[in-house]
Design a protein around this ligand. Structure first.
Ligand code: C5P
Length: 217
């Protein structure tokens, strides 16, 4: 039916930040409220999809009809995403920490002593790139790119590098972070679809309409 265009489809969404623990009381994280990812999960569910939302730590309620899996680290998120496949579409909105500490300290690190501790960092798995080359690759793989400059150039490059079908280029040079508005451009092989600045809920509806068209068309 026209109003439930994602009926029978499984949509996988990642959202929020990841937390990479340094010791029991400290972590490395990216800035992310989770609002845009949650809005996409909610819109996909309203469009009739079965939705799996793999979420980092956020302070948001689970949208109605969404199956939410809470994770903390990038590695946990990668595992949860692997287990959630197959899906018809994957929309990777999470702000995954690029690095974690190499040596987790099981006891709280103390300030006493002279020099502050050095953190040795190691790279986290790239979940979007992993999904793109998976043998269970969804028909449609969508990534996000938060950029502050040369937004489209970086997004086009990222689309190819990560093997995504679409990159939603997110201009975060303004007050997008934590806010309710978003300005995005959808970069695909066909070109760029420029959306006006909209509330994150409406960006989600616009994106979900395009996802439904891509899966059904
Ligand atoms: O490289 P960058 O972090 O800018 O890429 C952003 C896109 O890649 C987003 O879709 C994000 O969810 C995804 N990503 C990921 N795993 C990572 C890093 C980014 O899935 N480790």
């Amino acid at each position: 039916p026209a109003h439930r265009p994602l009926y029978g489809k499984h949509v996988l969404v990642t959202a929020g930040p990841t937390h990479e623990p340094i010791d029991p009381v400290r972590y490395i994280a990216n800035r992310s409220s989770g609002k845009q990812g949650y809005a996409i999960a909610a819109a996909a569910a309203r469009a009739g999809a079965r939705v799996t939302l793999v979420s980092g730590p956020v302070a948001l309620p689970t949208p109605p009809g969404v199956d939410r899996i809470d994770v903390e680290t990038a590695r946990d998120m990668a595992d949860a995403v692997r287990r959630a496949l197959p899906a018809d579409a994957a929309v990777m909105v999470a702000a995954v920490a690029d690095w974690r500490t190499e040596d987790y300290a099981p006891e709280k690190m103390k300030k006493r002593g002279s020099a502050p501790p050095a953190l040795r960092l190691t790279e986290n798995p790239d979940i979007l790139a992993m999904v793109s080359v998976s043998d269970k690759r969804p028909k449609l793989v969508v990534g996000f790119a938060a950029e502050t400059e040369k937004v489209l150039e970086h997004a086009k490059d990222k689309r190819k590098r990560k093997g995504a079908d679409w990159i939603v280029a997110n201009d975060v040079s303004g007050s997008v972070m934590g806010g309710d508005m978003n300005l995005v451009h959808i970069v695909s092989a066909k070109g760029v679809d420029h959306l006006p600045e909209l509330p994150k809920d409406e960006v989600a509806v616009a994106l979900v309409e395009r996802i439904a068209d891509a899966l059904n068309g």
